[in-house]
Ligand binder design. Structure first.
Ligand code: DGL
Length: 282
């Protein structure tokens, strides 16, 4: 029979991983974590009432991020994954300072692999307006390798187009060509998809960028980082059963389930709506 300490350890390891995003885009990260760690219990928080974050002020994004972090801590999560590039760019350092459990954002994992994959050190980054303005990606790339030359372009139309289902066809093609023209004279060999929604149009981005450009999907890299961090700290769930998934939204968005099921390639259950005024910071 298992001792009381063993049972307590088991229960502690079974605590969920909290993953959050401004809306549904972070499901690209959630889905990769689900693939990499099928036995982990997962909570997804989508701030569907206040999305998009990408064109808001850094101050407000930081505030929203801290509110969600508090909510997830109250759910007794064992780790927090900031699946939103914009929140990571603005508030990752603050979150890391504030909480005791491990926290992973999407920027460091993407920068580490981009630096490894790039042969010329000329790396492009695409993201929302405030991710680009924050300079977080170039800063982190330089921290990995000071010789890297980073080039950025904000692509604000990609998020609404993906949310409206324009993930293929002439419109998204034209928009991609217009945005990616920025890199024509930069001679990049690697491009980071610095936004949750972009993995869903990675084929188009890859085609428009051309065969000489490697595309870095931060969702995949983040899931690997989650697995490594939990493993290194002895925090992996010991259970062999498929983990439970719970979804919290701040608004019952119609798009969430429709697009969410496409992202996750499965039915979504256990969805609860949290009132924004219940999570506000005082
Ligand atoms: N989740 C955001 C990101 O990765 C994109 C959507 C938004 O602007 O809120 O930057």
């Amino acid at each position: 029979m298992a001792s009381a300490t063993e049972n307590k350890d088991k229960a502690s390891l079974a605590r969920p991983i909290g993953v959050f995003d401004s809306g549904l885009g972070g499901l690209t990260v959630f889905s990769e974590i689900q693939k990499a760690l099928p036995c982990e219990n997962l909570i997804y928080f989508g701030d569907t009432a206040r999305v998009p974050y990408g064109a808001k002020s850094p101050k407000i994004v930081e505030r929203y991020t801290m509110e969600i972090v508090n909510f997830l801590e109250a759910c007794d999560v064992k780790m927090i994954v900031i699946a939103c590039n914009t929140s990571t760019a603005i508030a990752y350092k603050k979150v890391k300072k504030r909480i005791k459990i491990p926290v992973i954002g999407v920027i460091d994992p993407a920068c580490a692999i981009a630096s490894e994959m790039s042969e010329t050190g000329r790396i492009g980054i695409i993201g929302t307006k405030i991710t680009v303005q924050s300079g977080a990606y170039p800063e982190r790339l330089k921290a990995v390798n000071p010789a890297i030359k980073a080039f950025q372009k904000d692509c604000p139309l990609f998020v609404p187009l993906v949310e409206e289902g324009f993930t293929e066809g002439e419109i998204i093609d034209l928009v991609a060509k217009k945005y990616l023209r920025e890199f024509d004279d930069k001679d990049i060999d690697t491009l980071i998809l610095g936004c949750t929604h972009y993995p869903l149009i990675s084929d188009i981005i890859a085609r428009v960028s051309g065969p000489g450009v490697k595309i870095i999907n931060s969702a995949e890299q983040t899931a690997m980082a989650v697995k490594e961090t939990l493993g290194a700290r002895g925090l992996l769930n010991k259970s062999k059963k498929e983990g439970k998934r719970r979804f919290y939204l701040t608004d019952a968005s119609v798009n969430f389930i429709r697009i969410g099921e496409k992202f996750l390639k499965r039915k979504m259950q256990n969805i609860k709506v949290v009132k924004v005024w219940d999570i506000l910071l005082q």
